[in-house]
Write a protein that binds this ligand. Structure first.
Ligand SMILES: Cc1cc2nc3c(=O)[nH]c(=O)nc-3n(C[C@H](O)[C@H](O)[C@H](O)COP(=O)(O)O)c2cc1C
Length: 167
């Protein structure tokens, strides 16, 4: 069955907060409206409840490595909503810390992906997914890392590259 796209408006901001294992502890009303769940249904679920099968595994591997390394991460995600729908976001995900410096939880804010970014990221993820199926996750991760190097201007950080792609 053909999937239907849900588009975020330019003012929509999706917010979620998870514990250190990625289980949702807070979701704002726009999150549950777009994803098609009630808030009670989302709280306590693993964030992968909205994982879309078109997302390469390597993207989440890199995301979690960076979060565990206490970094904040910008990334593009295609998400699944209820009733065979999907929506794309430009996500900012970061750890928050206790006073003693230990990681407390993770917070994510998400906006609509730009058309410019969509044109670049969608074919890249398709290629990564095909590689994951034929050669495995490492080959797909390698492709993503090469893509980042090709898009790195001088000593830009990964987050700056993502910003350049979005805007
Ligand atoms: C704060 C936070 C927000 C996340 N947001 C998403 C998201 O919007 N979509 C998504 O598929 N995964 C998101 N993830 C990653 C998921 O935890 C998970 O790694 C991913 O869905 C892949 O699931 P899997 O490892 O079970 O395959 C988020 C993780 C954190 C910590």
């Amino acid at each position: 069955m053909l999937e239907e796209e849900r588009k975020l408006s330019s003012v929509d901001i999706i917010v979620s907060q998870t514990d250190l294992d990625g289980f949702i502890i807070y979701a704002n009303p726009i999150f549950y409206k777009i994803a098609g769940y009630s808030s009670a249904k989302l709280i306590g679920e693993n964030h992968n409840i909205i994982r879309h099968p078109d997302m390469p595994k390597a993207i989440f591997k890199i995301l979690w490595e960076r979060l565990k390394n206490r970094e904040d991460v910008y990334c593009f995600i295609k998400n699944r909503a209820t009733n065979n729908r999907f929506y794309w976001v430009f996500a900012y995900i970061r750890p928050s810390f206790n006073k003693d410096g230990a990681a407390r939880n993770y917070v994510s804010t998400r906006h609509a992906i730009s058309n410019k970014a969509r044109d670049i990221i969608e074919p890249l993820y398709k290629e990564m997914l095909t590689l994951e199926k034929s050669q495995g996750e490492e080959a797909s991760e390698e492709l993503f890392k090469n893509f980042m190097e090709q898009n790195r201007y001088k000593s830009q950080s990964d987050n700056e590259i993502m910003h350049n792609i979005q805007y």
